[in-house]
Write a protein that binds this ligand. Structure first.
Ligand code: B16
Ligand code: MG
Length: 211
């Protein structure tokens, strides 16, 4: 295995914005009187906003029009962006910055591969865009994870083939996307707890001893 590039998922891997997604969806679900908990939330990891809403509405006894669904998704996104507006560079853990810098020093090319349309805002607030050679996100793609589109685009922007890249993910859908695209995969968080991926990481720094 000769890994030349590493593609990091954003929410739940590089930063803890997965918690903000949970809180924003929880607020919407409470307003609509729909049961929603962390177990259901785990199914939303890596999945687009619209698909996430469909999963939440599975527990609803009512059916909603497309227009209502659009309003619900917009409302969740407003709550989420409100939470993001409080992010500063101090919310980006120093050990993650150190890991990324050491990987770069070792000659690895680094990318972000996220389903989120809020990726540019998060990278800007955390002031970390310049750590990456390429970014592919929800604004660039038609199919979200488990489709490999976002990772294939990230690899293309790195100028590397999937077999030369490792995808790091916290979501089952993300590990599936990495595998479908022909990438090596490493899991953290929820995906690691499920035993998914070619490698399991206790923390991001474990990458240093691995590749
Ligand atoms: P947005 P990732 C994903 O980001 C999140 O895991 C998922 O919960 C979210 O629904 C999706 O982005 C879309 O996000 O509403 O901000 O466009 O994990 O692929 O970095
Ligand atoms: Mg994620």
């Amino acid at each position: 295995m000769d890994i030349k590039g590493i593609i990091f998922d954003l929410d739940g891997v590089l930063c803890s914005t997965d918690e903000y997604h949970y809180r924003a969806w929880k607020q919407l679900a409470d307003e609509l009187g729909i049961p929603f908990d962390r177990k259901i939330n785990d199914r939303l990891r890596g999945v687009s906003r619209e698909k996430s809403l469909e999963i939440i509405l599975e527990k609803s006894s009512k059916s909603y029009t497309e227009e209502e669904k659009r309003r619900f998704a917009d409302s969740k996104n407003r709550t989420y962006r409100q939470l993001l507006s409080e992010l500063t560079k101090n919310d980006f853990p120093k050990d993650v910055t150190d890991t990324l810098l050491r990987l770069k020093k070792a000659g690895k090319r680094l990318a972000v591969g996220s389903s989120s349309k809020n990726t540019p805002l998060i990278l800007e607030r955390l002031e970390i865009r310049n750590l990456f050679d390429a970014v592919a996100d929800g604004n660039d793609i038609v199919h979200s994870k488990p489709d490999p589109e976002v990772f294939l685009l990230a690899a293309k922007r790195l100028g590397l083939a999937p077999r030369d890249c490792l995808v790091v993910e916290d979501a089952e859908s993300g590990i599936q996307a990495g595998k479908a695209g022909g990438f090596y995969t490493a899991s953290v968080g929820e995906a690691a707890r499920l035993g998914l991926g070619d490698f399991r990481l206790g923390r991001l720094g474990d990458l240093l001893g691995m590749i």
